[in-house]
Design a protein around this ligand. Structure first.
Ligand code: NOJ
Length: 578
C-alpha cells in the first residue's frame, strides 16, 4: 500500500511539544470518588483501604495519576466538599495511616496522586465557623467568613440578592446567643458550607499551611475546588444573573470561546484570585519534583480560563467548555481550536474531560434526544437516555478525547462505559442540590453510584458485605469490570488499548492538524503519526485510503470494494503505512 499525501488537506492547530515535559502536561488522570470507588470496611461506603486494594486496576488500565475527591473530616453535608478538618481523614474513609499507605502503594505502582482542596468554604462544623458563631457580630472570629448585617427593617432581608448554586438564597441568618436573630453569612453552596473571606490574612496563611501538610506527606498536586470563587467583588453588589453548578444555560450556542459552561457574576472570576495562585505556585516550587495545581473553574471564555494557568499560577484547568459542548462536530471543532489557542498563548496544556462527579455521565448525556444537553441529573419520570446509543457515542467521544494532545481526566467507571443511575428513588437522594431546589434539580447522585467490580457478587463486588450506599441498577452486571476484562472490544479493553497507544505514540504531547475534506460531521485530525477520525454524522464515511486501523470505538464497516468505513457515532484511530 502506498502512503497517501494528505498534507494539502491539513491545517495546523497545535504544534507538538516535547514528550519529556512535566508529567502533568500529557497525563491521563483518573478521578476516584472515594465513597463510590471500593469499600473495604463493609459499611457500604467506599474508603481509602478500598482504594489501595484496587490501585492495581488503575495501573493495569494505564493511567498516569489519580485524583481523589475529598476524604477529610466532614459531616458530609455535601459529600465531603464541606470540610471540618483539612488535616485529617474522616473515619468514614479511614485514617491518616490509611492515606499514607494508599499514597505509598500508588507511588510504587508509578501512579501520581492529586488530592482535592476546598478553599472557598469550610463546613459549618469547622472550628473557625463554630468560633465565629459563638463570638458574635464584629468579632475577629467572624472576620474570617462573610458575615453581614441584613437589609430592610430589623435586617430581615439578606445582605444582597445572591442565590446559592444549589438553589435558594446564598445567605443564612444566624441566631444570637440570647435567641434574637443576628447577622447573615454567605454560602455560595449549601448553608452548611460558609464562604471564607479570602481578604483575611489568616485564611491565606492557613491554606498555605494545609498545602504544605499534604505536600509533606508526598502528594503530587491538588485539584482546587471552586477555584474561580474565592474572591468576591468589593461591596458584594447585587446580581440578577443565573447561577448553577453547571451553568444550566444549555441553550447557549457554542461560539469560538463560549459553550455555556461559565459561571458569571460578582462572586466569580475576580482579579484577586490570581494572587492566591501565584502564592501557591511558590509553595509548590519549594518541593522537589513537578507538583501540580489544577483549577476547577467554570470560567468562560477560554481566554479567561487560560489566565488561571499562566506560568506563575496553576498548571492545569479543567476544560469544561469541551464537556459542555453538544454532540455537534462543528461546535466541537470550534471548542477544540479555541482551547489550543487559549492554552498555547500561555504555554499551558489543555485538560480534556467528559465526565465527573458533578455532571450526568457522558454515556447518559449522549443518549438523550438532544445528545450532550446537560440536565441537572436525571430521575424517574424524566426522559430516559437510549442506553445503547449513549454507550456507542460515549466510546466515540472518549476515543476522540484521548486522541487529542494535552492532559485528560477520566471519571471512575467511564472505562466501563457506565451510565448514570437514571431512575433512582427520590427518597434515596443525598445531593443538597436536590433538596435546595425542591427536587427541580435531580442532583448528582445518579453519577455517584458505587462501581460494579464483579458481575456475580452482591453489590457487584463493591463491598465485602454486599452493601452499597446507593443502589446499583441490576443491568450493571454487564458493565462490571470482571465481565469486560480480557473481552476484546469491551469498553474497558478499548480504554486500555487507547491509553497504551496514546502513551507509545506520544499523543499527549503531540500536535494537532485538522484533516479536511471528510465532511462537516466528521472530526478528523492527525496527531504525530496517528490519524483520528470521529464520525458524528448519520451515515458511514470512508477512512482515508492507505491508513491502517489501530483502534476503533466499534467495529468498522466495509464498502463493497473492501475499503474501510467509519460508522456513524464511531471513532477510528489509524496510521498511514508504506
Ligand atoms: C465543586 C465540587 O466538584 C462539587 O461537588 C461541590 O459540591 C462544589 N464544588 C462545592 O464544593
Amino acid at each position: 500500500m502506498t502512503t497517501i499525501d494528505t498534507r494539502p488537506l491539513r491545517t495546523l492547530v497545535h504544534t507538538a511539544g516535547s514528550p519529556e515535559g512535566e508529567w502533568w502536561r500529557d497525563a491521563v488522570i483518573y478521578q476516584v470518588y472515594p465513597r463510590s470507588f471500593a469499600d473495604a470496611s463493609g459499611d457500604g461506603i467506599g474508603d481509602l483501604p478500598g482504594v489501595t486494594a484496587r490501585l492495581d486496576h488503575l495501573a493495569e488500565l494505564g493511567v498516569d495519576a489519580v485524583w481523589l475527591s475529598p476524604f477529610y473530616r466532614s459531616p458530609q453535608a455535601d459529600a465531603g466538599y464541606d470540610v471540618a478538618d483539612y488535616r485529617d481523614v474522616d473515619p468514614l474513609f479511614g485514617t491518616l495511616a490509611d492515606f499514607d499507605e494508599m499514597l505509598e502503594r500508588a507511588h510504587r505502582l508509578g501512579l501520581r496522586v492529586i488530592v482535592d482542596l476546598v478553599p472557598n468554604h469550610t463546613s459549618d462544623e469547622h472550628v473557625w465557623f463554630q468560633a465565629a458563631l459563638a463570638a458574635g457580630a464584629g468579632s475577629p472570629e467572624r472576620a474570617r467568613y462573610l458575615f453581614r448585617e441584613g437589609r430592610g427593617v430589623d435586617g430581615t432581608e439578606p445582605p444582597n440578592n445572591w442565590q446559592s448554586i444549589f438553589g435558594g438564597p446564598a445567605w443564612t441568618r444566624t441566631t444570637d446567643p440570647d435567641g434574637t436573630p443576628g447577622e447573615w453569612y454567605l454560602h455560595l453552596f449549601d448553608s452548611r458550607q460558609p464562604d471564607l473571606d479570602w481578604e483575611h490574612p489568616e485564611v491565606r496563611s492557613e491554606f498555605e499551611d494545609v498545602l504544605r501538610f499534604w505536600l509533606d506527606r508526598g502528594v503530587d498536586g491538588f485539584r482546587i475546588d471552586v477555584a474561580h470563587g474565592m474572591v468576591k467583588a468589593p461591596g458584594l453588589p447585587d446580581w440578577d444573573g443565573h447561577v448553577s453548578m453547571i451553568d444550566g444555560s444549555d441553550d447557549v450556542e457554542p461560539t469560538d470561546t463560549v459553550s455555556g459552561s461559565g459561571n458569571q457574576g460578582p462572586m466569580f472570576d475576580q482579579e484577586g484570585v490570581h494572587d492566591i495562585y501565584r502564592a501557591w505556585n511558590r509553595v509548590l516550587a519549594e518541593y522537589p519534583g513537578d507538583r501540580a495545581l489544577v483549577a476547577e473553574a467554570w470560567v468562560e471564555p477560554l481566554s479567561r480560563l487560560s489566565r488561571y494557568v499562566r506560568s506563575d499560577e496553576m498548571h492545569q484547568a479543567f476544560n469544561f467548555a469541551f464537556l459542555a459542548t453538544h454532540w455537534h462536530a462543528p461546535a466541537l471543532r470550534t471548542v477544540v481550536e479555541a482551547s489550543y489557542r487559549a492554552s498555547d498563548a500561555v504555554g499551558a496544556p489543555t485538560t480534556w474531560v467528559l465526565s465527573n462527579h458533578d455532571v450526568v455521565r457522558h454515556a447518559s448525556r449522549l443518549g438523550l434526544a438532544e445528545p450532550g444537553s446537560r440536565p441537572n441529573g436525571i430521575g424517574r419520570g424524566d426522559e430516559q437516555p437510549d442506553e445503547a446509543l449513549g454507550l456507542q457515542r460515549a466510546r466515540c467521544a472518549s476515543l476522540l478525547m484521548l486522541g487529542l494532545p494535552g492532559s485528560a481526566y477520566l471519571y471512575q467507571g467511564e472505562e466501563l462505559g457506565l451510565p448514570d443511575h437514571t431512575s433512582l428513588d427520590d427518597d434515596l437522594r443525598q445531593d443538597p442540590a436536590f433538596f435546595r431546589t425542591g427536587g427541580a434539580e435531580r442532583g448528582r447522585d445518579g453519577c455517584r453510584v458505587p462501581l460494579p467490580w464483579s458481575a456475580t457478587e452482591d453489590g457487584f463486588g463493591f463491598s465485602p458485605s454486599g452493601v452499597t450506599w446507593l443502589p446499583q441498577p441490576e443491568e450493571w452486571a454487564s458493565y462490571a469490570l470482571d465481565a469486560q476484562r480480557g473481552v476484546p472490544g469491551s469498553t474497558y479493553e478499548t480504554y486500555r488499548a487507547a491509553l497504551q497507544l496514546r502513551r507509545e505514540s506520544g499523543l499527549g504531547s503531540g500536535g494537532l492538524e485538522w484533516l479536511r475534506g471528510l465532511g462537516d460531521d466528521v472530526i478528523a485530525f492527525v496527531n504525530r503519526d496517528v490519524l483520528v477520525v470521529a464520525n458524528l454524522g448519520t451515515g458511514p464515511v470512508p477512512l482515508p485510503a492507505g491508513a491502517e486501523i489501530l483502534l476503533a470505538s466499534i467495529d468498522p464497516a466495509f464498502a463493497d470494494d473492501g475499503s474501510v468505513l467509519v460508522p456513524s457515532d464511531a471513532t477510528i484511530w489509524a496510521r498511514y503505512t508504506d
